[in-house]
Design a protein around this ligand. Sequence first.
Ligand code: HEM
Length: 128
Amino acid sequence: MQTTISLVAASTYLLMLVGYFLPRLRWLHIPTMAAIIAFDVSVPFYLYTHRDWWHRLIEQEDIFSFLVWMHFGLFIAMYTLDVLQVLTAKKLLQGDPEARQEHRSQGKALLFVRGLVILTGATLANPE
Ligand code: HEM
């Protein structure tokens, strides 16, 4: 059960790859990417309400683990890139062609960072 969220996240990653390689299909690209961003924003709320954080981080002292902090840093970077993607997407939709290059490079960075967030999250998942 504990690893289910990692499996769901990995499937959303595959979906994100589809959205990434088909940007011209706006009807597919925009809702897919928006849904993935909404998913990423909801995951911390889900984990907070469904896991015993006090036990895991404090009693088991996982708060001192490098992997936990790496995961934390990565998902902060991911949210920052999500915000930047939405901002450049807004410019693209307003017809600003200069936003295209920025949106594309941020998209590559987001693919990389989100992949690492999912990997470090799966490594942290408690199989108990
Ligand atoms: C709510 C979020 C997003 C919106 C509204 C959005 C919107 C758009 C729009 C309007 C285009 C132009 C499509 C066209 O040429 O007709 C585009 C292109 C693109 N988007 Fe997004 N996007 C979003 C998120 C993302 C994310 C998260 C990624 C990557 C992980 C991404 C990667 C790309 C790429 C690679 C292109 C092609 C750029 C190019 O023409 O070289 N987008 N997006």
